[in-house]
Design a protein around this ligand. Structure first.
Ligand code: HEC
Length: 143
């Protein structure tokens, strides 16, 4: 009986801990040299063909967590403790510097499911594609 009880208590404390870890998580800020970066893509050059191409890439690599609407509610989001960021929240896209978005997409966010997508990662996306994704996000999710 005692063993069962301490086992149950253990589970309760463990899940409380996980909830606290998730609640306390703050998305890390990029180093200064990244924050100073600006996208090489001029938003005026972003046309339908460009958006179509990056929609495909976003769909294959990002949708399952961040959702096609950028609401952070992709199919995999439910099982993730630290939730995928919602991009379509008023003011979010404007509040984020190009270099911050670039740094996280390139390197991931340690301790979360946000993996790295940069040239050295398994996904192996070129820097050009990372900037393309950011332009796609700015064009679609800015509210
Ligand atoms: C397996 C789930 C998953 C996938 C796939 C995923 N992300 Fe994320 N993403 C996350 C999580 C979780 C966070 C929250 C990280 C944090 O708060 O530290 C996040 C955070 C971010 C941020 C927030 C940066 C900030 O400073 O607010 C950006 C931008 C981002 N992801 C872009 C992308 C892009 C682009 C893709 C596709 C190339 C992608 N993510 C794919 C889970 C995912």
């Amino acid at each position: 009986m005692k063993i069962v009880l301490s086992y149950l208590l253990g589970i309760v404390f463990l899940s409380l801990n996980i909830a606290v870890i998730a609640a306390e998580h703050v998305t890390p800020t990029a180093p200064a040299d990244y924050l100073a970066m600006e996208s090489p893509i001029d938003m005026e050059d972003v046309d339908d063909d460009f958006l179509k191409k990056y929609k495909r890439l976003y769909k294959s690599k990002c949708k399952k967590c961040h959702g096609m609407e950028g609401d952070g509610q992709g199919s995999a989001a439910e099982d993730i403790e630290i939730k995928p960021t919602a991009f379509n929240v008023a003011g979010y896209m404007e509040s984020k510097k190009d270099g911050q978005l670039f740094w996280i997409i390139k390197n991931g966010s340690e301790g979360t499911e946000m993996e790295s997508f940069g040239p050295d990662s398994d996904a192996g996306l070129s820097e050009e594609k990372l900037w393309g994704l950011i332009a796609y996000m700015r064009s679609n999710f800015t509210k």
